[in-house]
Every structure is written in structure tokens, then in C-alpha cells.
Design a protein around this ligand. Structure first.
Ligand code: FES
Length: 132
């Protein structure tokens, strides 16, 4: 089967367009909104909770009235689930006492790698999360 020059150029142009917009499309596809009404513990600063989002656990921490943070709650040491210690203002692992700051960085071992973070922000009464 012969493909004429015009069809070939059209096909290459279409593929180019798909590849150029793919990252944006994927980013948009992974961004989702969660109503605060469904996450009561996040209504006030200092609140935290783990929610299952698109099949994966996400630790949310409402660090101020205006901001929220999101983390993969799996400890980078040996995989226990971390929790937010509001009084200490940091994330702690109950298994071997590793601790992480609110950027996910290690402040106490034995963990040596940061927690994975996700982009999260407040938008009115919703949390907008990007799983990337
Ligand atoms: S699993 Fe978290 S410190 Fe070991």
C-alpha cells in the first residue's frame, strides 16, 4: 500500500501534536478536587488524615488556614505508615522513629530519603491535588 506525501505529512503532524500536548493532558488528568466536607479533619489548621485517592494513600496535612500539604505516607526506611505529629510540627514514623519535616525532608533517621510529596492546594472548600 502506498501512502501519498500529503497523508504522510498529515499523519506526522497529528503525531507531533499528540506528543507535544501529552504532558499537559496527563497532568490535567491526574489533578483532582476533593471537597473539604468529605475530609472533616482537614477543616482546621493542624488537622491531618490519610485518604485513599485513585487507589493510593495520601497523607494530607492542613498546616495553616490557607495551605495544605500532601505526602506519600509510606516511610522511606522500611515502609511503615507515617503520621503527623501536630505538637512537634513534623511527620513521624512509629516503627523506628524516623522524622520528616513539612517539605518531606528527613530530620531524624534511620530513614535516609525524603518522603514523596504531591502538589496540593486549597481552592475554596476543595483540595486540589496533583498525583504526579
Ligand atoms: S519504617 Fe519508618 S523508620 Fe523504619
Amino acid at each position: 500500500m502506498m501512502v501519498d506525501r500529503r497523508s504522510f505529512i498529515r499523519c506526522v503532524g497529528a503525531l507531533f501534536g499528540i506528543f507535544m500536548t501529552l504532558p499537559t493532558r496527563l497532568a490535567r488528568a491526574k489533578s483532582l478536587a476533593i471537597p473539604i466536607a468529605k475530609a472533616k479533619k482537614l477543616e482546621k489548621a493542624g488537622g491531618s488524615m490519610i485518604l485513599k485517592v485513585k487507589g493510593q494513600q495520601v497523607l494530607f496535612i492542613r498546616d495553616t488556614e490557607e495551605t495544605i500539604r500532601a505526602f506519600d505516607p509510606i516511610c522511606t526506611h522500611k515502609g511503615c505508615t507515617v503520621v503527623f505529629n501536630k505538637d512537634a510540627g513534623r511527620i513521624e514514623c512509629p516503627c523506628h522513629q524516623s522524622a520528616f519535616n513539612l517539605e518531606g525532608g528527613v530530620v531524624r533517621g534511620p530513614a535516609s530519603r525524603s518522603l514523596k510529596t504531591y502538589d496540593a492546594k486549597l481552592d475554596g472548600q476543595r483540595i486540589v491535588l496533583s498525583l504526579n
